[in-house]
Design a protein around this ligand. Structure first.
Ligand SMILES: Cc1ncc(COP(=O)(O)O)c(C=O)c1O
Length: 403
């Protein structure tokens, strides 16, 4: 992959006409290694967060072998890349055909479910296989999360207890899983979720081989200061010891965002500026889905090929390129007052749910990928001193505020 020292170098050399993903594979490797060294169990990378080949390769190089996949396409992507990958099909609602293909063509043995109809489907599609690991996804509180994911998946109460019993009678290994919601800011959320799960296991009176605490681990978005990742691990480790599961039960986690968020920035070109509006060639239907839909701030920097931008700033609304009026970033942004066509805006912290979300709407969505060395994205995996130094040297903050 072609490497540039900075995004400004990149725009000076390439004058890119389509959005660019500036990627830092070493950030992914650092995060993957950290999780594998500190989490007292197996770490499954949630591929949905960023399925880019460079990200998968960086995971693999850091020793990641377990992958949480959500579709047949993700299964094919990972299985065709890594012979020794262990795949867990963690989408609670799967097509019959994809279960069959996963089991018979790709050797997948781990399937999640949250209702009896899905259990029946998995059993039928695998010819009532005897070597299944069945993981029951439970619904838990998402109160600690900046992006709650509750309401769509997961079972609870008597339904969950009955499903555990039903799955136990077919499973070679039985697991329980949950998701506390993405960008979880409170390690205590894992305790609450694990206590909920424990109560249901006691009610169901089944033996449980695996506890999967899901994803939700945070990244360092500007203005959001989650506790250190180690404190999440400590809570999980401590509560796991108290759970009514087999003494040799396995502990799993499925981080997505925390492994990739700080690895990528998106550089988008300014196509037009008028009346306090900046129109970019990337937006809510492209790589900036997260920036448009999550209302938290992202680090931003303006790059001008011909020289410095004004130090004076003005509030602007930022629009994406499609004809849809909801293709706009929430809030207003203080950008250089003289921002103009041909300038570029770099958005940091776009490695999770960034390029992964891009659509082809209106024919946009073409994104080039280059490796870049410096970064405007903060990371959970550096010491504070290193971070502080980098910030003082490099980064201008252009945080959003309410419109
Ligand atoms: C089943 C499952 N596991 C893991 C993840 C990754 O979550 P996060 O990116 O918050 O770590 C998700 C995200 O939607 C998920 O649905």
């Amino acid at each position: 992959m072609i490497t540039f020292q900075t995004p400004l170098d990149l725009v000076r050399v390439l004058h890119p006409e389509s959005p660019v993903a500036c990627v830092r594979p070493e950030r992914v490797s650092t995060a993957a290694a950290w999780f594998q060294n500190h989490f007292p169990g197996d770490v499954l990378y949630a591929v949905k967060a960023n399925p880019s080949p460079w990200a998968l390769d960086a995971m693999y190089e850091a020793g990641m072998r377990w992958f949480d996949v959500a579709s047949l396409e993700e299964i094919e992507l990972v299985a065709n890349r890594f012979d020794d990958a262990v795949l867990a099909y963690m989408h609670p609602i799967k097509s019959r055909n994809s279960i069959e293909r996963a089991y018979f063509d790709y050797g997948v043995r781990i399937f999640v479910l949250d209702c009896e109809a899905e259990l029946q489907k998995i059993l039928e599609a695998t010819d009532f296989a005897k070597d299944l690991t069945l993981v029951v996804r439970m619904a838990v509180s998402n109160d600690g999360a900046s992006m709650p994911l509750s309401g769509k998946f997961g079972c609870f109460g008597d339904d969950a207890a009955h499903l555990l019993q039903a799955a136990r009678s077919y499973a070679d290994e039985l697991g329980v899983s949950f998701h506390v919601g993405s960008q979880c800011m409170d390690p205590g959320a894992y305790r609450i979720a694990m206590d909920t799960v424990s109560n249901t296991i006691v009610q169901a009176a089944v033996t449980v081989d695996i506890v999967d605490v899901g994803g939700g681990f945070p990244a360092l978005y500007p203005g959001m200061q989650p506790p250190e990742l180690q404190s999440y691990i400590d809570v999980i480790n401590q509560v796991f010891e108290e759970m009514p599961v087999l003494f040799n039960a396995d502990l799993w986690c499925e981080p997505g965002r925390a492994l990739v968020a700080d690895s990528t920035s998106i550089v988008a070109k300014v196509e037009l500026v008028r009346d306090g509006r900046v129109y970019l060639n990337d937006g809510a239907y492209g790589n900036l889905f997260d920036a448009a839909h999550c209302k938290w701030p992202f680090p931003m920097e303006v790059h001008r090929v011909s020289g410095k931008t004004s130090i004076h700033s003005k509030p602007f609304t930022i629009y994406g390129p499609t004809c849809d009026s909801i293709d706009v970033l929430d809030g207003v942004f203080d950008l250089p007052a003289d921002i103009q066509e041909g300038d570029y805006i770099e958005f940091g912290m776009m490695g999770a749910y960034g390029t992964a979300m891009s659509t082809r709407f209106n024919g946009f969505g073409d994104t080039k990928t280059y490796r870049v060395r410096n970064s405007i994205s903060q990371t959970m995996y550096e010491t504070q001193a290193e971070e502080q130094r980098r910030y003082e040297n490099n980064v201008i903050f252009l945080p959003r505020r309410e419109a």
